[in-house]
Design a protein around this ligand. Structure first.
Ligand code: 8X3
Length: 248
C-alpha cells in the first residue's frame, strides 16, 4: 500500500518543495493550502500530488480534508509564517493573533485530527516545521518567536505523550531560508525590505534544502526518531551572526 503524506501550506516555498520531494520519494501526497490555483498547477506537474483546499485556521476546513483520507502516514505541519517586524511595544495584536492561529493552532488542529490515522498506520511521522526562532528571541521578532517557541513545545510534548505508540515526532528548525513569500509576507509586501534580509549572504538555504532535511528525517528506519534537526546556511553561525559580502 502506498504511503500517504499530508503537507500543509503546500502552495509555495518549503511546503511546495516538500510536497514535490515526498512525491519523488514515492508517497501519495495530499497538498493542502488556501491558494487552490497554485495547488492545481502543482498537481498537474506531479500526478501523485492531490490538491485540497485547506485553511488551517478553520476547524471545518481541517475536518473536510481529513474526511477525504483513507490513511495518513506522514503529516508535515508547515503552514504558518511571520507577520510584522515591530517591537513588542508597537506590536499589532492582529499580527500576533494571526501568527498564533496559523503556526500554533493550525498545527494543533491538524495534529489532533490526524494523530488517530498516524497511529493506525503503524509507522506514522508527524513533522513540525519550526525555526531557529523557536529557541532564541530577536528584536522585532517576538510575535513570531513566541509562536515558534509554542510549536516547538507542542512537538516536545507530543513526543512525550505518544511514547509507546507507533508515531515519531520530528521537529525541523531552519535558520535563514530564502523561500518564496516568507520575508515578503513578513514585511507586508515590501519586496526591497524583504530582499535586505538576504543581502550579501552568499548562499541562504533554499526551500529544497529544507525539503531534503524533511525527506531524510521521515525516511529513516521506523525505530529512529530525529527529535530535532536545526539547519542553517553555512553563512549563519547564529541568529545574529550572519556573514555578508558587500557588492555580492
Ligand atoms: C525564519 C528564520 O531568522 O527569520 O524562521 O526567524 S528567522
Amino acid at each position: 500500500m502506498q504511503r500517504t503524506a499530508v503537507v500543509t501550506g503546500a502552495s509555495g516555498g518549503i511546503g511546495e518543495a516538500t510536497a514535490r520531494r515526498l512525491a519523488a520519494e514515492g508517497y501519495a501526497v495530499v497538498a493542502g493550502a488556501r491558494r487552490r490555483d497554485r495547488l492545481d498547477e502543482l498537481a498537474e506537474q506531479v500526478p501523485s500530488i492531490r490538491p485540497v483546499t485547506l485553511d488551517v485556521t478553520s476547524q471545518e476546513s481541517v475536518d473536510a480534508l481529513v474526511s477525504t483520507l483513507d490513511r495518513c502516514d506522514v503529516l508535515v505541519n508547515n503552514a504558518g509564517g511571520a507577520l510584522g517586524v515591530e517591537s513588542v511595544a508597537d506590536g499589532l495584536l492582529d499580527d500576533w493573533q494571526q501568527m498564533y492561529d496559523t503556526n500554533v493552532l493550525g498545527s494543533l488542529r491538524m495534529s489532533q485530527a490526524l494523530i488517530p490515522k498516524l497511529v493506525e498506520s503503524g509507522d506514522g511521522v508527524l513533522v513540525m516545521l519550526t525555526s531557529t526562532a523557536a529557541f532564541v528571541s530577536y528584536e522585532g521578532g517576538a510575535g513570531y518567536c513566541a509562536a515558534k517557541h509554542a510549536q516547538s513545545s507542542m512537538a516536545e510534548t507530543l513526543r512525550l505523550e505518544l511514547v509507546g505508540q507507533p508515531v515519531r515526532i520530528v521537529e525541523i528548525a531552519p535558520g535563514m531560508v530564502r523561500s518564496e513569500g516568507f520575508a515578503v509576507t513578513r514585511f507586508r509586501g515590501d519586496e526591497s525590505a524583504a530582499a535586505r534580509v538576504y543581502e550579501g549572504v552568499p548562499d541562504p538555504l533554499t526551500s529544497e534544502d529544507v525539503a531534503d532535511a524533511i525527506a531524510w528525517s521521515v525516511t529513516r528506519p521506523s525505530h529512529v526518531n530525529i527529535d530535532r534537526l536545526v539547519i542553517r546556511p553555512r553563512a549563519q553561525a547564529a541568529q545574529h551572526k550572519v556573514h555578508r559580502v558587500s557588492g555580492g
